[in-house]
Design a protein around this ligand. Structure first.
Ligand code: GLC
Length: 428
C-alpha cells in the first residue's frame, strides 16, 4: 500500500461484527434508497420528503443499546447517501437535516450515543450525489432521461463538486472526534459516463484523510486499488477468504441486509430468518471476514419490529457464543465436518465447531485424534464426550466413516435450544 499509508485494522479483525445504518430521506417513500434513480424523480418532486422529514420517535440511545446487545462492536452510518441529503449540520449545503422540520443534527446524536456504548465509529459517505448541481448527469442519475441533459451538463463542473465533497469529508473528520472508519460508496469507471478516482480526486482525498485521522480505516471503493484497507463484498459471502494483490489473506468485511434493500422498505418480503442471519455471521468469520449487518430505520426514527426481532436473535445467540466470534478467524488447514463451520482463536488456541444443521448423534473430526484435550458446548458449558476409533473396522456402527487418526464427538439426539449450537474444542 505504498504511498497511501495504512489504517489500523487490529481492533477491526478482532471485533468482527458491526452495524450498518442506512437512514435518510428515502426512508419516507420507503421503497428503496435508490428510489430517485429507479423512478427518475426530479429535484422538485423529491423536495416533499425534505419538507416533511421529522423522525419524532428517534432515540439514538436505544439504537446504540440494541447494537451493543446484539454483539456489534462498531457501526457505520450514512452521513450522506446518493440522494445527497446530509444527516449533519454541514456548512457547505442547505440540503441537510437541520433545515428539515426535524431541526436536529442527527449524526452527532448517533455518534454520541454509540460512543457512550463503547462502539467504534464509522462514516459512510456517498461519492455519488444526485442533488448537487455540479455533479455530472450520468447513466445512473435520476435526470438521465431529460431531453435537455446535454444542456444541463454543460453548466455542471465536477471540479466544483470535488471541492464540495472534499470539504465535507474534512468537516466529517474534524468535527466529530476520532473516526475509526470512512466508508466511501462508490466508483463505477466501467460503465457509460461512469466515475472513478479522477472525478473524486481520490489520491488527494486519501492523503487528506490520513493527515486528519491517522489510523482510520478506509474502504476500497475510491477506485484506487492500492489505497483500501478493507475489501467490501456486498450481498454475497465469499466461499474462500479473499486475497490481496500480493496473494496474502485480505482484511475484508461483507455487508449484508436483512431484506435486500439498505434503506427502510415497507413492503419488501424477502426478509432473512434469524437463523440465516446468524449463519451469515459465522460464514464471514470462518473465512477471516467481518460482518457489517444493515438496519434501515423508519422515517420516524425507530428500527421496525422485523429488524428488532433479528437483532434480538443476534443478542440471544451472541450472549453465549461471542467467544467463537471475537478474536476468531479461519481454522486454516482443518477439514470442516459435514454441515459445520470452524472458527479458531489463535490466542487461546481454541477451536469452535458451529453446527449449522443438527446431525444424528455423532460428528466426525477428520485427523483430530491426538489434537483435542477437551470439548464443551458454549451455551451451557456441558462436556461433549469423544471416542477414538480403536481400529477401523472394530467400531461396528461407525467403521465405514472412520479412518485412523479421526475423532468422534458424541452429541445429544435433541438439538440444544440455541439457533446454532457451538462446541468449544480445547486444542492440545
Ligand atoms: C451500494 C448501493 C447502496 C448501498 C451500498 C452498501 O453500492 O449503492 O445503496 O448503500 O451498496 O454497500
Amino acid at each position: 500500500m505504498q504511498g497511501f499509508g495504512k489504517g489500523d485494522t487490529s481492533w477491526f479483525v478482532h471485533d468482527r461484527f458491526g452495524m450498518f445504518i442506512h437512514w435518510g430521506l428515502y426512508s419516507m417513500p420507503a421503497r428503496h434508497e435508490w428510489i430517485r434513480n429507479r423512478e427518475e424523480i426530479s429535484d422538485e418532486d423529491y423536495e416533499k420528503y425534505f419538507k416533511w422529514f421529522n423522525p419524532s420517535f428517534f432515540n439514538p440511545k436505544e439504537w446504540a443499546r440494541t447494537a451493543r446487545e446484539a454483539g456489534m462492536k462498531y457501526f457505520v452510518i450514512t452521513t450522506k447517501h446518493h440522494e445527497g441529503f446530509c444527516m449533519w449540520d454541514s456548512k457547505y449545503t442547505d440540503f441537510k437535516v437541520t433545515n428539515t422540520p426535524c431541526g436536529r443534527d442527527l449524526l452527532r446524536e448517533v455518534v454520541d450515543a454509540f460512543r457512550a456504548e463503547g462502539l467504534h465509529v464509522g462514516f459512510y459517505y456517498s461519492l455519488i450525489d444526485w442533488h448537487h448541481t455540479d455533479f455530472m448527469i450520468d447513466s445512473l442519475h435520476p435526470l438521465r432521461s431529460r431531453p435537455d441533459r446535454k444542456e444541463l451538463n454543460a453548466v455542471r463542473d465536477m471540479a466544483r463538486y470535488r471541492e464540495y465533497m472534499q470539504n465535507q469529508v474534512r468537516e466529517l473528520l474534524t468535527e466529530f472526534g476520532k473516526i475509526d472508519i470512512i466508508w466511501f460508496d462508490f466508483s463505477y469507471p466501467d460503465i457509460e459516463d461512469g466515475k472513478g478516482h479522477e472525478d473524486w480526486g481520490s489520491e488527494e482525498l486519501v492523503k487528506m484523510i490520513r493527515e486528519l485521522q491517522p489510523g482510520i480505516i478506509i474502504n476500497n471503493r475510491l477506485d484506487l486499488p492500492s489505497a483500501g484497507d478493507i475489501l467490501t463484498p456486498e450481498q454475497n459471502t465469499p466461499e474462500e477468504p479473499p486475497l490481496d494483490k500480493e496473494g496474502n489473506p485480505a482484511v475484508w468485511e461483507g455487508c449484508q441486509t436483512f431484506s435486500g434493500s439498505w434503506g427502510y422498505f415497507r413492503d419488501e418480503l424477502s426478509w432473512k430468518t434469524e437463523k440465516q442471519c446468524i449463519d451469515l455471521l459465522i460464514n464471514h468469520v470462518c473465512r477471516n471476514g467481518n460482518l457489517l449487518m444493515n438496519v434501515g430505520p423508519t422515517s420516524l426514527g425507530y428500527m421496525d419490529s422485523r429488524a428488532l426481532e433479528r437483532l434480538k436473535g443476534f443478542a440471544e445467540w451472541m450472549k453465549y457464543h461471542s467467544r467463537s466470534i471475537y478474536g476468531c478467524g479461519m481454522a486454516e488447514g482443518l477439514i470442516e465436518p459435514r454441515d459445520c463451520r470452524y472458527t479458531w482463536n489463535k490466542e487461546t488456541n481454541r477451536l469452535y465447531l458451529h453446527i449449522m444443521n443438527w446431525p444424528y448423534r455423532h460428528i466426525l473430526l477428520k485427523g483430530m485424534e491426538d489434537k483435542v484435550a477437551y470439548a464443551q458446548f458454549l451455551h451451557d458449558g456441558s462436556e461433549v464426550t469423544m471416542q477414538k476409533p480403536l481400529k477401523p473396522n472394530v467400531h461396528s456402527n461407525l467403521a465405514h466413516h472412520v479412518a485412523a487418526g479421526d475423532l468422534i464427538l458424541n452429541v445429544p439426539v435433541m438439538k440444544p435450544p440455541v439457533t446454532v449450537p457451538v462446541i468449544e474444542i480445547f486444542l492440545k
